[in-house]
Design a protein around this ligand. Sequence first.
Ligand SMILES: *Cc1c(COP(=O)(O)O)cnc(C)c1O
Length: 373
Amino acid sequence: MTEITIPASLLPADGRFGCGPSKVRPEAVAALAEAAPTYLGTSHRQAGVLFEVGALRNNISELFSLPDGYEVLLGNGGSTLFWDVATFGLIRDRSQHLVFGEFSSKFFSASKTAPHLGEPSKIETEPGTHPLSQAEDGVDVYAMTHNETSTGVMMPLTRPAGVADDALVVVDATSGAGGLRVDMSEVDVYYFAPQKCLASDGGLWIACCSPRAIARIEEIAASDRWRPATLDLGIALESSRKDQTYNTPSLATIFLANQQLRWALDNGGLEFAAGRSDASSSHLYGWADAHELATPFVKVEAERSRVVGTIDFAESVDAKRLAAVLRANGILDIEPYRKLGRNQLRVAMFPAVDPADVQALTACVDHVLAALA
Ligand SMILES: *Cc1c(COP(=O)(O)O)cnc(C)c1O
């Protein structure tokens, strides 16, 4: 294997293009270092940290323009843990799942294996596409995924027609929240973790909850269903209202998420953040569309994610080798989702990623393709 060195003039200023943990802005890390002496290593039950958690809840409300009565809940464990939280504290009996990739299928499995729930329903389409929800008798949670990170497909979020008044639309927005536009009035629970568009670290789940969702949480919390305290949404609701988490959170994660939220809000809010991802993604897909050896994996343009781009390569290209050469040159984490098994590169274009760096990335890919040919 001969070494290929990409000229420094072509390289992006920052080589992090991974889907999570994803690029954390250096300015946020510097702000954390500055705040550290009176923040890191202090009690999460005292004013300093309570203030930071309160700021996180407020910043999220502001970024998403949450309608009246919506509340921001948080707890430890990330989005994967939230699936278990939902099986214990959101689903009354039956959920319907749109399954179109790895992440959406995992929430379906969590619900299917929960012994206290009825049989969930599944609407599935091929990777690279997305299904739509349909009203179904007996279903009390409609589970959607804003952005299927494993395939690079985004879907529109609308409350399906004809569903029961108290049915919940529950959206996994882990890789979309803060990078894609959303109308929260269509959604009851919009949950995510901060290591993607919020450019922080992992380990936390955050959920924007509608009054309808709060009513469901209170209904189940008052029932005799057994639930572990760490997965109890009733407890999470109480703690969150006090700007706390049930057990100790990562203080750095909360601080870094606030840095990113403040940065977005100070520059124009969700429109600014989504605009950055628009600029990055229109460049990436435009480049791939025009390229002899590359094609966007997602065929329908409107379904191509603005925050996670998946690009297939012709058989004559070894995408694994391509990613390895780029990695050796400091361009990180653009390997495809492992289980998708395609000759592909996957590029995160979260708001923290500079659109100019996505342009530099495609120039680097062109350089390496030429060198490998
Ligand atoms: C990353 C991701 C998850 C998992 O998040 P964790 O915080 O690692 O549990 C779930 N759903 C989607 C859509 C994701 O992108």
